[in-house]
Write a protein that binds this ligand. Structure first.
Ligand code: HEC
Ligand code: HEC
Length: 304
């Protein structure tokens, strides 16, 4: 595989490289032949600072040989490795080849390891210390930037350790989340609710669902407006995992709580995305990660 867009540039670059080496050879040859006339006392006759003279000794032999060796080395290198334009070198070495070989070796080493996990259930994988060590590393490299290194998330990035799920916490649902990604989409709802006062009242009703601090008069005024929300969050506000609509009664807030946060949610809606991982990770890695995530809120083997 060549990065040259045309044969011209390949020849051009190779030509400059060869010309450079040949010029070095010529330089060596010409200077070796050249005899500098010297005085009887073996100086060039140049004098500085009154009495500083320049001796006319030949270059040390070892230095000359290093120079020759460097030139021989460069020809040998260019014959074996790619360096002369498009010429691939006798060994056929390439960065792509080296990368593929390394990846193939890693795959061959890891495959038997992962093969053990693919034949196990999620619960069994979650109990396997080796699998969990791999899972932790995969999580740090692929997930921690959004969900945090302790997986407890932050605003807009869900906590994966609390047993509260937007899209479902069974191994199958978690696997589906990882493989295909998820988009949580709450449309702006202000128009369906009514006036800004109605939106404020409804916000207090939503806060009252989880027993969060709220104004109970406003909450009772807002209660009837919740019909606009029931299609997704359920009539009781307990959410609907098929739609990714969160439970509003559990005092766990993905986007913050309080009148301002909830009013903003109703007015502006929210689109929140978990990116699909199936292109990045192998089937076996997804299996291990599923168990790792599942295990964080389901302590395998012990009652919660
Ligand atoms: C670019 C940021 C980002 C990365 C990287 C990311 N996630 Fe997510 N993830 C999110 C967001 C945002 C959500 C919430 C989606 C929503 O609101 O519906 C989410 C949701 C989830 C959920 C669903 C939680 C629930 O309550 O149902 C799981 C499980 C999950 N992520 C696991 C992972 C794992 C494992 C990785 C690493 C392979 C990962 N995520 C990588 C942003 C990310
Ligand atoms: C079309 C479905 C849909 C409707 C209708 C809907 N929501 Fe939502 N709502 C969602 C989804 C999905 C999310 C999660 C967004 C995300 O993944 O970040 C959400 C998130 C929220 C949140 C944030 C919860 C948190 O943990 O931070 C609040 C509050 C909320 N909705 C209130 C309402 C209210 C009040 C109404 C009625 C006016 C309403 N929703 C109507 C789908 C809906």
């Amino acid at each position: 595989m060549s990065d040259f867009t045309s044969n011209f540039w390949s020849v051009y670059v190779a030509g400059i490289t060869i010309a450079g080496i040949v010029a070095c050879l010529l330089l060596l040859w010409i200077t070796a032949r050249k005899k500098v006339a010297s005085d009887s006392n073996n100086t060039t006759g140049h004098v500085w600072d009154e009495d500083l003279t320049e001796m006319n000794n030949p270059m040390p032999r070892w230095w000359m040989w290093l120079f020759v060796l460097t030139i021989i080395f460069s020809f040998a290198y260019l014959a074996i490795y790619p360096g002369l334009g498009k010429f691939a070198g006798k060994m056929g070495w390439s960065q792509y080849g080296a990368y593929d070989a390394e990846m193939a070796q890693a795959k061959a080493e890891l495959e038997p390891l992962y093969a053990r996990f693919t034949s196990m259930t999620t619960e069994q994988v979650a109990q396997d210390p080796q699998a969990m060590a791999i899972g932790e590393r995969l999580f740090m490299n692929n997930c921690a930037q959004c969900h945090g290194s302790d997986a407890r998330g932050s605003k807009s990035f869900p906590n994966l350790t609390d047993g509260d799920w937007l899209h479902g916490g069974t191994p199958e649902k978690i696997r589906e989340t990882l493989e295909k990604g998820r988009i949580g989409n709450m449309p702006p709802m202000a128009a369906a609710v009514g006036s800004p006062e109605d939106v404020r009242n409804l916000s207090h009703y939503v806060l009252s669902l989880s027993g969060s601090p709220h104004d109970s008069l406003r909450a009772s005024l807002g209660k009837s407006k919740f019909v606009a929300c029931a299609a997704c969050h359920g009539a009781d506000g307990k959410g609907m995992q098929a739609l990714g609509a969160p439970n509003l009664t559990d005092d766990i807030w993905l986007h913050g709580w309080g009148e301002a946060a909830i009013t903003a949610m109703i007015n502006n809606g929210k689109v929140n995305q978990m990116p699909a991982q199936s292109q990045k990770l192998t089937e076996a890695q997804l299996g291990v990660l599923t168990a790792y995530v599942w295990g964080m809120s389901n302590k395998p083997g012990s009652a919660r």
